[in-house]
Design a protein around this ligand. Structure first.
Ligand SMILES: NC(=O)c1ccc[n+]([C@@H]2O[C@H](COP(=O)([O-])OP(=O)(O)OC[C@H]3O[C@@H](n4cnc5c(N)ncnc54)[C@H](OP(=O)(O)O)[C@@H]3O)[C@@H](O)[C@H]2O)c1
Length: 344
């Protein structure tokens, strides 16, 4: 078990993604927060150290995107993988743009320098080809292991976006292709052009919508499920209490889960499942990640990580297994919590 004060050899586990031969770590490094934007800034040196340590310990799969800090996250990842490209699996994305106004307007938010960024969902064919080139440059590589369309773009036919992806596959610039935040209908349309490796979707103990349609569809069609925001952006680690200080530019306090009443309810729930964590000699963060990983259909869990401390804690979720009794206990408390949370 993880003891922070002695050196420790991690036993990582890997899974084949969907119907592909791409092997990824079951817990993967989520690199959104290290881009800084919408997270109150970033400590680039700490992020780089965490990424290098992740690769060394065997958490070799990293998820990033151009939109994470307007290229900064991809650049840091590019630096971290220098000289280690054959050891890592890079998952990045296209289709969320901050330049131009093609596609569907998504949202606006201030950059850290105070200027306003307008984000559009746009997955036109030429745009995807161009975005891929830019990502390859920032990542300092000549291929991407898993290329994902970040969000469905209602202004472009899904089939057109997939034609661009097909071309990139043929050129060897991407090894496998997936989508993110896609409905079952959009996945079915995409699959008429190329086989999808995966759908990357939001899933946590307190956000379980995918269980209704996405999970059964993906299981039936052998499409991998790459889960994001398993801590609901941090609150499920138990470290966020009412009155928590968030840095300027951190978007979390503006989201429903971070309303004071919900913070209280989530912490009361965490207190109730703490005995399960104690019984396994793990932390709440480790328990939450493990529960997420063991849910039906889940291939890999993206844990957002900013520093080595979080990395080492989160990696342990690959090293123990929850019994069905333990999962039932957690789910019973989750049913009670669901009735209390106000997140709409
Ligand atoms: N496809 C999409 O649309 C989409 C959307 C969201 C995320 N994602 C991907 O999924 C990844 C994970 O999701 P996420 O980053 O949104 O949220 P998350 O994994 O639920 O939470 C990440 C945050 O949790 C905190 N944390 C992590 N490990 C911790 C530990 N051991 N102890 C204490 N705190 C810990 C950190 O908060 P602090 O920052 O306070 O340190 C970290 O920034 C992202 O990085 C990104 O790659 C994709």
């Amino acid at each position: 078990m993880y003891l922070p004060y002695i050196s420790y050899i991690y036993n990582m586990s890997y899974v084949k993604l969907g119907n592909t031969d791409l092997e990824i770590s079951e817990i993967a490094f989520g690199a959104w927060a290290i881009g800084g934007w919408l997270w109150g800034g970033t400590d680039e040196a700490a992020a780089l150290r965490a990424l290098e340590a992740a690769i060394d310990m065997g958490m070799t799969s990293i998820d990033t995107a151009p939109a994470y800090g307007f290229g900064l996250s991809e650049q840091i990842v590019g630096e971290a993988i220098h000289g280690k490209r054959d050891k890592v699996q890079i998952m990045t994305k296209c289709g969320l743009k901050w330049k131009g106004n093609s596609g569907e307007f998504f949202f606006s938010a201030r950059r850290d320098d105070g200027s306003l960024a307008n984000i559009y969902k746009y997955a036109g064919k030429q745009s995807i080809i161009q975005e891929c080139e830019e990502s390859l440059q920032r990542l300092n590589t000549d291929y991407i292991d898993l290329y994902q369309i970040h969000m469905p773009d209602p202004t472009t036919p899904v089939e057109e976006s997939m034609e661009a992806i097909e071309k990139l596959l043929q050129q060897g610039k991407i090894r496998t292709a997936g989508v993110s935040n896609y409905s079952t209908e959009d996945m079915a349309r995409a699959q008429t052009v190329i086989p999808l490796a995966s759908n990357q979707v939001a899933y946590s103990m307190v956000l379980r919508e995918i269980e209704e349609e996405i999970v059964p569809y993906c299981i039936e069609n052998n499409i991998g499920i790459v889960v994001y925001s398993p801590f609901q952006r941090g609150i499920l680690t138990g470290k966020i209490k009412p009155g928590h200080y968030f840095k300027q530019g951190d978007s979390r306090p503006d989201t429903p889960y971070y309303k004071t009443d919900n913070i209280k309810r989530i912490n009361e729930f965490l207190d109730k499942i703490k005995p399960v964590a104690d019984g396994q000699h793990v932390t709440l963060a480790q328990l939450v990640l493990r529960w997420t990983l063991q849910m039906p259909g889940v291939s890999t869990v993206l844990a957002g990580i900013r520093n080595e401390e979080q990395l080492k804690e989160n990696a342990v979720a690959m090293e123990f297994v929850l019994s069905s009794e333990e999962i039932d206990t957690i789910n019973k408390h989750l049913e009670e919590l669901e009735l209390l949370l106000e997140v709409s």
